[in-house]
Design a binder for this molecule. Structure first.
Ligand SMILES: Nc1nc2c(ncn2[C@@H]2O[C@H](COP(=O)(O)OP(=O)(O)OP(=O)(O)O)[C@@H](O)[C@H]2O)c(=O)[nH]1
Length: 260
């Protein structure tokens, strides 16, 4: 059965006379001289709606950009993680090493607050290190990745943390990510080892998969939440606790074997 869309608010279409009668003298002067056939032209939203829209514009223009940088050895999945978060897509076996550095802007919403993240993807290869060091200083958060199938990338995390200490701000938010968690059989680093290292350095920790999407959004949202807290100084009552979450996950079942 065909139905008509009845979702429009009738108030929007009240007659021009109705609208004029509700307005004050100054507001009436601003109305168009020619009557509108629909009564819509003279319509003014209620003051509370106008105020809301103005606040929105204010929020947009005053929005602080939080700079987040992805770090870690070449091939651990930095670009893949960012592409998954940005587009929801993963391209298997399509490895072309990042050259230099580039960024993507993303706006996320944390408890009705819009947080702007400027996410920088860096090249993991040694020869680009001096370029990327220059960007550490302005970073508000760092996502430091290793590949759970590549023990060397995990062993190199201490060196990465040393570089962070040397070049980044002392209060930078750091999240350690064990990526490629979908690769069950090829796994070379246990989740507990990642957890232990994160405790030792007092940084956030999660295992992720750019392939399956496991914890990808969560990693960025957790960082955004922490940045929001640092900006406002308000802890949310319903704050997500990454340490608790990580503990819960470690009790869950094994990942399926990696097929790519
Ligand atoms: N199975 C699996 N493969 C992944 C995952 N993330 C990335 N890959 C693959 O790993 C390879 C390297 O990924 P990239 O995202 O290019 O790695 P990168 O860290 O950006 O590398 P550089 O640009 O050299 O620093 C690609 O073939 C990806 O398809 C994942 O979560 N699971």
């Amino acid at each position: 059965m065909a139905t008509t869309d009845d979702s429009m608010d009738d108030d929007v279409f009240e007659s021009e006379d109705d609208v004029r009668n509700k307005l004050g003298f100054e507001e009436r002067k601003m109305l168009p001289k020619t009557p509108s056939p629909t009564g819509y032209r003279g319509y003014r939203p209620p003051p509370e709606v106008i105020k809301l829209a103005q606040n929105d514009v204010l929020e947009e223009t005053e929005q602080i950009t939080h700079k987040v940088i992805l770090l870690g050895d070449s091939g651990v999945g930095k670009t893949s993680l960012l592409v998954k978060f940005d587009t929801g897509k993963f391209q298997a076996g399509n490895f072309s090493a990042t050259v230099g550095i580039g960024f993507t802007n993303k706006i996320v919403t944390i408890d009705q607050t819009r947080i702007k993240l400027q996410i920088w993807d860096t090249a993991g290869q040694e020869r680009f290190r001096s370029i990327t060091h220059a960007y550490y200083r302005d970073a508000h958060a760092l996502l430091l990745l290793y590949d759970v199938t590549n023990k060397t990338s995990f062993d190199n995390i201490r060196a990465w943390l040393g570089e962070i200490r040397e070049y980044a701000q002392g209060d930078v938010v750091i999240m350690l990510l064990g990526n490629k968690a979908d690769c069950g059989i090829q796994r070379a680093v246990r989740r507990e080892d990642g957890e232990r290292l994160s405790r030792e350095y007092n940084v956030f920790f999660m295992e992720t998969s750019a392939k399956s999407g496991q914890n990808v959004d969560l990693a960025f949202l957790t960082v955004a939440r922490e940045l929001k807290y640092r900006q406002t100084g308000e802890r949310d009552a319903n704050k997500f606790c990454v340490q608790e979450y990580s503990k819960e996950q470690s009790h869950k079942s094994q990942c399926p074997p990696c097929s790519s």
